[in-house]
Design a protein around this ligand. Structure first.
Ligand SMILES: *Cc1c(COP(=O)(O)O)cnc(C)c1O
Length: 419
């Protein structure tokens, strides 16, 4: 195991870092993260380990290279593309939050997805949902398919569709749940069972829920990816990603790929995400409190046709949400009456909701998937996925729910004559 942020540590040759064994720092924190509750891990794992000056916070090490003590003798780091103490602190933290043994923090969420796609060879087939994140769809359908990987995009809510897509070349089932923007769920346990029977890998993009609300490893998934840009960082001030693994085999391979391709994040960005992640638990509580309040309000609203939020009892997969998630998250969508004009008016009249893409920050955002986040899909693909011109997606921030509800109410009132 590689010692972390210990300037007097003994380096080892192993590239696989096992985070869920007691940390080797001794002096500052000698706790086993496996024994700590989630919120405590957020604050403490990967942090508090600078014993040069006993800083409470992980320093940023903006250095490209590290001095060697002698031939074959480093203090655990030699070059920042390959490893940096600030980044390793974040990786330790994120691995502990998902319950993995290793993590690689990348420059963006797309870089994390790029890394795991390099686990496969030309000719391999990957099954994914037809309603996955648009950037992931583009990367799969446009970039990696040109390099010989094959993709089947199916309705992952239907186990029959997954079974029908399985073939001898299938190497991976890609799980993204809930979907964006309509919050459809994939039954993780059911898909993992199908994958195990077929002997294929499962990779989950857990960005939408964060490990606070959903822990795919506990449901049998093999590899987890994140866009840390969203809830993990939570403050809309950095882009980043992560790949988390649970076996030495994949930890080693992903570490090799991230280094070989040069996908790792900068020490500055790692430091920002590490700062953000400490408040993940309380932020997620506030996000979902607000989302539930707004979902209930919108559900009763005469100018709203339909609300998509897994926390509502009439969400078609509410029972599944209760089974596989420990919270319903901070994302919701709704169809407003009055078509595109009404959707635009709601967005422009709302004061507390910035009209912007992205999600997961402390401030509320609202966007129009048909022309913004999902514009790279064809119109027919959007309609097939259930996205209409009156669909609005909301990333509910941590503002007081009463203020958010009042603001959304006045914005909806402004388009009464359009409905
Ligand atoms: C944002 C997002 C990504 C891409 O992450 P970037 O940090 O923007 O590269 C991937 N998956 C999901 C579910 C996302 O929301």
């Amino acid at each position: 195991m590689r010692p972390l942020l210990v300037l007097t540590g003994v380096p080892t040759a192993s590239t696989v870092r096992t985070f869920l064994t007691p940390l080797q720092t001794g002096t500052v924190m000698n706790l086993d993260p496996a024994n700590l509750r989630f919120e405590t891990r957020c604050v403490h794992v990967g942090v508090d380990k600078d014993d040069t000056f006993n800083s409470c916070i992980t320093p940023i090490y903006p250095t490209s290279t590290f001095r060697w003590d002698g031939i074959g003798k480093t203090r655990g780091f030699d070059y920042t593309r390959s490893g940096n103490p600030t980044r390793t602190a974040l990786e330790q933290n994120l691995a502990a939050l998902e319950g993995g043994i290793d993590c690689r923090a990348t420059a963006t969420g797309m870089a994390a997805i790029t890394a795991v796609l390099h686990l496969f060879q030309p000719g391999d087939q990957i099954i994914a949902g037809h309603d996955i994140y648009g950037g992931t769809y583009r990367l799969f359908a446009d970039v990696f398919s040109k390099m010989g990987l094959r993709f089947s995009f199916v309705n992952m809510q239907d186990p029959g569709a997954v079974a029908a897509a399985l073939c001898p070349q299938t190497k991976c089932i890609w799980i993204e749940t809930p979907s964006n923007p309509l919050l459809n769920l994939v039954d993780i346990v059911a898909v993992v069972a199908q994958a195990r029977t077929a002997g294929v890998l499962t990779i989950a993009d857990n960005t939408f829920m964060s490990p606070y609300c959903q822990r795919p490893f506990e449901l049998g998934v093999d590899v987890i990816v994140h866009s840390t840009t969203k809830y993990l960082n939570g403050h809309s001030d950095v882009v980043g990603g992560a790949v988390i693994t649970r076996t030495p085999e994949y930890a080693e391979r992903v570490g090799y790929i991230v280094n070989a391709l040069g996908l790792a994040c900068s020490p500055f960005d790692a430091w920002l995400v590490l700062r953000g992640v400490k408040t993940l638990g309380p932020r997620m509580e506030a996000h979902q409190r607000g989302a539930m309040a707004l979902a209930r309000m919108l559900h009763e609203h005469p100018q709203v046709q339909r609300v998509y939020y897994p926390g509502l009892p009439d969400h078609p997969q509410h029972a599944l949400a209760r089974r596989q998630m420990s919270g319903f998250g901070g994302m919701l969508s709704f169809d407003v009456r009055g078509g595109r004009a009404a959707a635009e008016r709601v967005m422009t009249r709302a004061q507390l909701f910035s009209m912007a893409e992205s999600l997961g920050g402390v401030e509320s955002l609202m966007e129009h998937p048909d022309t913004m986040s999902h514009a790279s899909m064809t119109e027919s693909a959007r309609r097939a996925a259930g996205i209409s011109e009156s669909t609005l997606r909301v990333s509910v921030g941590i503002e007081h729910p009463d203020d958010l509800a009042a603001d959304l109410n006045q914005a909806l009132a402004s388009c009464r004559e359009l409905s």
